[in-house]
Design a protein around this ligand. Structure first.
Ligand code: FES
Ligand code: FES
Length: 188
């Protein structure tokens, strides 16, 4: 039996210290140990993007990263997008444009879009397509998803302030499921 290892990381603004098996992925730890089931498990080989999270503001497939590699990092999952009970502007835009069908891919799409807008606040359609190229949607709702990201890029944050998407992501202290409405945009 392999000994577990203690890792310390910040998840959605909340410091977490957790014992993990060395072979467990970040995805497993987020879903199974921390109960953050907004991040979806699907292909497990880096093909679909359903498991996309931000690690130190970089979007990556959490199925491809060992949890121990995230030691000391700051992780943002879909549960960390909403702030004080208000949907992130990307979440609201996805709802407004009808981009959420079965919802399974939506957490990954939202996180990928978050990373895109952090780098490119006002992307072209081609840049959105490139930014979300690693996220598959079995419902083929790509048109609405692209429309949603473009719409989110064109409005200020729902707080009413001209907050940047960076600021929205980095001020998500409430974090976990009990205080966030991710269930409104994706199944568990
Ligand atoms: S579950 Fe990680 S890329 Fe598909
Ligand atoms: S909304 Fe169903 S897989 Fe994308």
């Amino acid at each position: 039996m392999t000994a577990s290892r203690r890792i310390d990381l910040t998840v959605n603004g909340r410091a977490r210290s957790i014992d993990v098996a060395p072979h467990h992925t970040l995805l497993e730890v987020l879903r199974d140990d921390l109960g953050l089931t907004g991040t979806k498990e699907c292909c497990l080989v880096g093909e679909c993007g359903a498991c996309t999270v931000l690690v130190d503001d970089v979007s990556l497939d959490s199925c491809l990263m060992f949890a121990v590699e995230a030691d000391g990092s700051s992780v943002t999952t879909v549960e960390g997008l909403a702030t004080d009970g208000r949907l992130h502007r990307l979440q609201q835009a996805f709802l407004d444009t009808g981009a959420v069908q079965c919802g399974f891919c939506i957490p990954g799409q939202l996180i990928a879009a978050q990373a895109l807008l952090a780098d490119t606040p006002h992307p072209s359609r081609a840049q959105v397509e490139d930014g979300l190229a690693g996220n598959l949607c079995r419902c083929a709702g790509y048109e609405q998803i692209i429309e949603a990201v473009l719409a989110a890029a064109s409005v200020t944050d729902r707080t009413g302030a001209s907050a940047t998407i960076d600021a929205a992501a980095r001020t998500a202290p409430t974090g976990d499921r009990a205080s966030t409405p991710d269930a409104q945009v994706a199944p568990q």
